[in-house]
Design a protein around this ligand. Structure first.
Ligand code: CTP
Ligand code: CA
Length: 236
């Protein structure tokens, strides 16, 4: 109602949206995490529900109310997020997956059952080294596993700061190719950009087009609307 005329162009569709940021535990009181607030993912889920979709919202560590019309599944770690997304997709009726969540690329190789202590005896000044192992790439796995060509339609997000090897758009174009998804939403991130903010700028990239559609600086609701405009047109 807040967002202009009601559309129901996603009626009858089942969409899965992952949101938030995973936390990888080191011991019962500590984890490796990231700055994702979940705002963009929740906006994507809310907009899909508004347009008539059935929405499964796989939510990792988000302190926001579940948007109306969404069914939330709470997860903590990358492995739990993978299990929840794959369980939803395996049910067979999913039309679209949008991976907005910031998924940890690595997790601690070992989990300490009790709190890690600072010292191991008198005069011990040593510091531990945290060994990491890779987490599975959930998005790439979804692309690989999909049986029928083009279903579900898979959307990835790319958090990019730009670096010595390329600007945000160049890095995103490479990432789209690597992941093999159907739409990549490249998000310009930085200390005060995107994470936790109410507005951001994104570039929508398609594998079959050199042109990127830039949206923003805009609210995360406006960005969510632009994403579903593209996806709904694609679903036909
Ligand atoms: N993603 C995922 N599984 C992971 C890491 C990321 O499914 N283990 C998804 C994210 O949800 C996002 C997309 O992949 O939709 C891109 O995430 P990003 O961190 O930007 O890309 P990476 O491939 O992890 O590359 P890098 O962090 O090195 O830029
Ligand atoms: Ca990553």
């Amino acid at each position: 109602a807040l967002h202009g005329p009601a559309t129901d162009d996603l009626a009858g569709r089942h969409v899965v949206v992952s949101a938030g940021g995973t936390r990888e535990p080191l011991d019962p009181v500590r984890f490796l995490g990231n700055r994702s607030s979940g705002k963009q993912g929740y906006a994507v889920a809310a907009e899909a529900a508004r347009r008539g979709a059935r929405v499964t919202l796989v939510s990792a560590n988000v302190a926001l109310p579940t948007p109306p019309g969404c069914e939330a599944v709470q997860v903590g770690t990358a492995l739990e997020l993978q299990e929840a997304v794959e369980a939803a997709v395996d049910a067979g009726d999913v039309d679209v997956v949008v991976m907005v969540a910031a998924v940890a690329d690595f997790r601690p190789a070992h989990y300490a059952q009790s709190k890690i202590k600072k010292t191991h005896g008198e005069g011990d000044e040593s510091a531990p080294v945290i060994e990491l192992v890779r987490n599975p790439d959930i998005l790439a796995g979804l692309v690989q596993d999909r049986a029928g060509a083009g279903r579900p339609f898979i959307v990835g997000f790319a958090a990019e700061t730009g670096d010595g090897t390329g600007d945000v758009l160049e890095l995103a174009r490479d990432k789209l190719q690597r992941k093999g998804c159907d739409l990549l939403v490249a998000n310009e991130v930085g200390v005060d950009k995107a994470f936790g903010q109410d507005t951001s700028t994104v570039h929508l990239l398609r594998p079959d087009s050199q042109e990127a559609v830039t949206v923003g600086p805009a609210t995360k609701d406006v960005i969510a609307t632009a994403i579903w405009d593209v996806v709904a047109a694609e679903l036909g």
